[in-house]
Design a protein around this ligand. Structure first.
Ligand SMILES: Nc1ncnc2c1ncn2[C@@H]1O[C@H](COP(=O)(O)OP(=O)(O)OP(=O)(O)O)[C@@H](O)[C@H]1O
Length: 623
């Protein structure tokens, strides 16, 4: 199964380009990398020195036991002939002990350095970079990519990039250096024995490459399945109310269980393959030892190779060499995992930012709020337009209400004003300038938004109201809350404005959340106010209170309000009626009531309903 690349993302990188990119990333941390490599090099030298001193000790003991001549040296060091044997052995033992201690200290320093490089620098920087990019990406990207995929990329996949640096790149360099040193030292000891012992190495290299290719698609699929599991989990949490309301917990558990099992089963497959491959490589490297015992043993018996500084040191080197070769399997595993993760991180970093300020964008302070759509058309994807040839002129301070059936394009029309999307054709002018020529931050700072259901952050009430104006004073926050008719209920909360809201504003009613959203929009003192059916999710009594608040908020600002109730529509300076992405009617309430069409139909239905309700209320003596 192929892994879906995020829609609206950059084309997938080829492996070679990906590796170049990863090298580039590591280059930014080159000083840290050099420090880590230097420590490894010292560790390698100490390891070989320790081995050689051990060999020297064995040869020295053998010369005394068997009475054979002793002419071995290590790095040019010869035990002084005048020293008694016990002194020499004690000196050698102390040397080996000191080297072991130095090795322990350096291993600790190495662990600290590599951790500082990857966990404290690289991962933190990269996560911040991906997050920053996500903040700049357009709505189209978020429409096209599910939350699970985005979260996995910022968390797990960033770790995969780290894996490339510490477990692939650094390990490869360490491996190449160590293998070179081991082979050079083995050749120095005996060329023929080295060739014989390393004869199986090309086979191991081939096997590793073959395995790497074979396992790669499985890792890719694993990422996709994991992403689905996160998506399923995230949906379950977000939709917990619906699930419980419909009593579908068991089905939901089953759905998550399926996603969870799919990851587990697929991971188990990978585990088996990797677990079989590693010991197979291990067994092949053991053949080296068989050759060493046979051929190397004969060389010692024949007097061509000393026992300690020759065969024993050779065995130690070969052991280390095999250990490194064995870790090729782990390395191959890490390469595949890290390339897959890195590709997914770079897909986000390379995704085009569709909506952004032009380099020569006009900086502007407070806008007057004149909005003009000139033959604007828009399509989300493909060729099906959701807005067609929109011509609309709204003067500063005017309030325009938008009426239309569901899917008519009301929300998308408003979303073009803060440039959540840009028109596919035509122009949107703000104060006579193409919106694309205005600096995006300045434009958006002039626009206040209230959606059908407003999102609140898990922060204090005051911080939520001041979200767009973090420097606002308490007096300004309170004033905005009063305009939005939110002050009284806020004061009734346990800590008033300092009450910390639950996730997404849980703990507040729908109407309270909307009033905070209105306060948040009002605090900006925006020139343009966009109200997308702000009372859609609340009851009619709360709606009445909210409209009182809105009347105060709207005053003096260019306002677009999606509305269905006659009471709101009447308040507007003029109304547009939309159908299938077009404006089919426009005018004041009085004008539209004189024309046959959708507006009069909707209005008459509401008037009939209203009259019926009034009659009923009168009948019950309620009015
Ligand atoms: N993210 C999206 N990707 C593709 N098409 C979309 C997307 N969002 C909305 N649409 C489509 O665009 C059209 C207009 O949607 P819009 O949300 O503007 O309708 P609306 O008039 O505000 O409806 P409602 O009153 O139900 O909110 C609809 O046909 C809808 O299916």
């Amino acid at each position: 199964m192929a892994e879906p690349a995020p829609s609206n993302a950059a084309p997938p990188l080829k492996n070679s380009a990906l590796i170049r990119r990863l090298f580039g990333l590591a280059w930014a941390y080159r000083l840290h990398c050099v420090r880590v490599l230097f420590l490894q090099l010292v560790l390698l030298t100490i390891g070989i020195a320790g081995l050689s001193f051990t060999g020297l000790g064995i040869d020295y003991i053998r010369s005394h036991v068997e009475g054979v001549s002793f002419d071995a040296t290590v790095f040019g060091l010869v035990p002084p002939a005048a020293w008694p044997p016990l002194y020499v052995l004690a000196a050698l033992a102390c040397g080996v002990l000191l080297l072991a201690l130095a090795r322990a200290v350096l291993n600790f320093l190495y662990a600290v350095s590599i951790n500082r490089l990857v966990q404290q620098k690289l991962v933190v920087d990269l996560r911040a970079e991906v997050y920053d990019k996500l903040q700049r990406l357009s709505f189209r990207f978020f429409d096209a990519n599910n939350t699970g995929s985005i979260i996995t990329r910022v968390t797990g996949d960033v770790q995969a990039v780290r894996m490339f640096v510490d477990q692939v790149l650094m390990q490869s360099v360490i491996m190449v250096i160590s293998l070179t040193v081991y082979v050079a030292y083995m050749v120095h000891l005996h060329v023929g024995l080295t060739l014989a012992c390393l004869a199986t190495t090309p086979l191991l290299a081939w096997l590793s490459t073959w395995f790497s290719k074979k396992i790669e698609p499985e890792y890719r699929l694993n990422r996709t399945l994991f992403e689905r599991m996160i998506q399923s989990f995230s949906e379950s949490i977000q939709g917990i109310g619906v699930t419980k309301g419909f009593g579908r917990e068991a089905e939901d558990r089953e759905r998550f269980g399926r996603a969870n099992r799919a990851v587990y089963e697929q991971q188990r497959g990978i585990f088996w393959k990797v677990s079989l491959f590693s010991p197979a490589v291990g067994a092949l490297t053991r053949i080296n030892m068989v050759v060493l015992l046979g051929y190397g043993g004969w060389l010692v018996i024949d007097g061509q190779l000393p026992l300690g500084t020759g065969l024993i040191v050779f065995a130690g080197l070969l052991e280390q060499f095999s250990g490194q070769v064995n870790s090729v399997a782990t390395l191959v595993n890490s390469v595949q995992q890290s390339l897959i993760g890195a590709r997914r991180v770079f897909e986000i970093l390379d995704s085009p930012v569709e909506v952004q300020s032009a380099p020569d964008a006009v900086r502007c302070g407070r806008l007057r709020g004149a909005v003009c759509f000139e033959r604007v058309s828009f399509a989300y994807t493909g060729i099906t337009p959701v807005l067609r040839d929109i011509d609309l002129e709204v003067a500063p301070g005017q309030c325009v209400a938008i009426l239309g059936p569901t899917g008519a394009g009301k929300s998308v029309l408003m979303s073009l004003i803060p440039r959540f999307f840009d028109p596919v054709s035509g122009r949107l002018l703000i104060d006579g300038l193409d919106a694309r020529d205005l600096h995006l931050d300045d434009l958006r700072r002039n626009i206040g938004l209230v959606f059908q259901e407003s999102f609140l952050f898990s922060n204090t009430v005051a911080a939520n109201i001041a979200f767009g104006c973090p420097d606002a004073t308490s007096a300004q926050i309170e004033k905005a809350a009063k305009i939005a008719a939110a002050h009284d209920f806020i004061m009734a909360l346990p800590q008033g404005y300092d009450t910390v809201l639950g996730e997404s504003g849980s703990g507040l009613s729908g109407g309270q959340r909307q009033r905070l959203a209105i306060a948040r929009a009002v605090l900006l003192e925006p020139s343009i106010l966009l109200l997308d059916d702000p009372t859609a999710a609340i009851d009619s009594e709360t709606e009445h209170e909210i409209f009182e608040a809105l009347d105060r908020a709207i005053a003096g600002r260019t306002t677009f309000i999606v509305a269905h109730r006659l009471s709101t529509l009447r308040r507007a300076d003029f109304i547009i009626v939309m159908e299938e992405g077009r404006i089919v009617q426009r005018g004041t309430h009085a004008e539209l009531m004189r024309q046959p069409g959708a507006y009069r139909r909707v209005a008459q239905l509401q008037l009939i309903d209203g009259a019926a309700l009034h009659e009923e209320a009168e009948g019950r003596g309620l009015v």
